[in-house]
Design a protein around this ligand. Structure first.
Ligand SMILES: Cc1cc2nc3c(=O)[nH]c(=O)nc-3n(C[C@H](O)[C@H](O)[C@H](O)COP(=O)(O)OP(=O)(O)OC[C@H]3O[C@@H](n4cnc5c(N)ncnc54)[C@H](O)[C@@H]3O)c2cc1C
Length: 475
């Protein structure tokens, strides 16, 4: 009997070892289940290898090498001493990638999860075939299968991705030199993050987006602040502009983007950052009766089950919100629900969004735009970082922290922050919201001083003043 005909038995087989796969597998193994992970590439998925951590490490490196953080603090211009080379930019990214990979490896080993290197394919509701690079096949059988195969950058046929002039968010990590000029097509999270990162390094960046403004999900006031700061940093932001054609110049000397109005932009390089596609090709889903949508995403129910109850799916492959943070949590919940672990029943509906642009932006809960659209009354309390001692010391005086609350109950409805450490600071507001707190929580709370977190208290004071203006006490 061949190896392929004798399936190895597990309780759970996970396809994909990105954050969703790793955390889902570890969750099941932690509760004593026999678990296998199948991975066709490098462990860690987009978080470790191509997305989250590489881009965040590059951001820190760009801030450091460009001296942007040091500017205005000591009245001196910091200079790296020589032009910044691609090796300088990618040096720490490689170190972080290695150390994060070790963490994933040790998590898998600690939980005694069997690791199969190769491409996984469903061959039945409980069966997975693994095809290794050398062609050898192994069959696995499990009570449940978790599909956590992630996503990849969308590649429209009209865009000539060549990895030397025209990049996607994966191949931009293979730059061999820092371009003098860069066109970024797409003003979503990835496009905006990379535009500010390269802008900080002195690259002439043009960011083109077809929408009326960048990042439509963002509170419009913060979006305006971010756009202004991008422009101050030298990024040419062009909204409501279609890109009708992209062509590599003769001899690969650069790239030309033709815009909807017929004008053309030229640059040394172009980053195309629109859209992602679920990794479902060749997974055997259709044979199992699971039909992905046109963008390769798998539909699931509230228990993360596909149309085949023994096949679960989590992470980018199920689409929105396609974040590392939510992918991990979805997989944990999927596994807990499937095996009936009374531990984690659902993914919190209160999801924070973090943008590692320069400056950082983060939000949780409702925005002014969403509250207006819902016709729900609200008031705003603001604290500007320029009035905050720690922000002044850190040289970040352009930030803003904004609280949205219910005028009747004072319950906190949303928090929006732009500025230094926004992605960390947001969790204070998030926890308050998690427990149904009011803005009085910040007024009563004693904050370390000096801290940027103290801005919560001043935003709450400002909110109370807004309340007093709207509802003056009689007499
Ligand atoms: C540039 C960029 C920046 C980002 N920044 C952030 C951020 O700041 N914060 C945040 O929360 N999120 C961020 N994200 C999103 C985050 O990276 C993803 O949401 C997350 O990686 C999704 O995890 P996943 O496990 O679903 O999929 P992935 O990380 O894509 O992992 C899927 C894994 O499955 C493997 N695989 C695919 N098909 C098969 C198969 N047939 N057999 C075996 N293995 C297979 C792949 O090789 C891969 O390792 C960013 C993404 C990008 C691209």
């Amino acid at each position: 009997m061949s190896e392929a005909e004798t399936p190895e038995q597990f309780d759970l087989v996970v396809i994909g070892a990105g954050p969703a796969g790793e955390k889902g597998a570890a969750q099941a193994a932690y509760f004593g289940k026999r678990v296998a992970i199948v991975e066709c590439g490098d462990l860690g998925g987009a978080v470790v290898n191509t997305g989250t951590l590489p881009s965040k490490t590059l951001r820190e490196t760009a801030l450091y090498l460009s001296g942007l953080r040091a500017r205005n603090l000591y009245g001196v211009e910091y200079s790296f001493g020589r032009p910044i080379a691609a090796e300088d930019l990618f040096y720490r990214e490689k170190l972080i990638q290695r150390s994060q990979l070790e963490l994933v490896e040790s998590n898998i080993a600690r939980h005694k999860i069997a690791l199969f290197s190769g491409r996984g394919q469903l061959t039945g509701p409980h069966d997975v075939r693994v095809r290794a690079r050398d062609g050898r096949e192994t069959s696995l059988r499990a009570e449940y299968i978790l599909v956590a195969t992630g996503s990849r950058p969308a590649h429209p046929a009209s865009v000539p991705f060549d990895g030397t002039c025209v990049y996607d968010s994966d191949t931009i990590l293979h730059l061999t030199s820092i371009p003098a000029s860069l066109i970024v097509v797409g003003g979503g999270v990835i496009g905006s993050e990379y535009a500010t990162l390269f802008g900080a390094m002195g690259v002439r960046v043009t960011l083109v987006d077809a929408g009326a403004r960048l990042l439509p999900f963002l509170d419009s006031e913060l979006c305006d602040v971010l756009t202004r700061q991008m422009q101050d940093c030298g990024v040419d932001v062009r909204c409501s502009v279609q890109t009708s054609a992209i062509a590599v110049d003769g001899g690969g000397s650069g790239v030309t983007a033709t815009l909807g109005d017929g004008s053309a932009l030229h640059a040394n390089a172009l980053l195309y950052a629109i859209g992602r596609h679920g990794n479902t090709d060749g997974l055997g889903l259709e044979d199992a009766g699971i039909v992905p949508d046109a963008r390769g995403r798998i539909g699931i129910d509230e228990h993360f089950r596909t149309t085949v109850p023994s096949v679960l799916a989590a992470g980018d492959v199920i689409g929105f919100p396609a974040l590392a943070s939510t992918s991990m949590e979805q997989a944990r919940v999927a596994v807990c629900q499937a095996f009936g672990f009374a531990y984690k029943r659902q993914v919190s509906s209160l999801i924070p969004y973090g943008l590692y642009t320069i400056p950082e932006v983060s939000m949780v809960g409702e925005s002014e735009d969403s509250l207006r659209a819902a016709g729900r009354p609200y008031l705003v309390g603001r604290a500007m970082f320029r009035g905050n001692a720690r922000a002044q010391i850190a040289g970040d005086t352009t930030g803003l922290l904004k609280l949205l609350f219910d005028p009747d109950t004072r319950v906190l409805l949303g928090v929006h922050i732009i500025g230094e450490r926004a992605c960390e600071l947001i969790h204070i507001g998030q926890m308050c919201m998690q427990f149904g707190g009011t803005i009085d929580a910040f007024i009563d709370n004693v904050f370390n001083f000096p801290t940027i977190a103290d801005a919560y208290k001043y935003a709450a004071y400002d909110g109370l003043q807004a309340l007093a203006r709207e509802r003056p006490t009689p007499g």
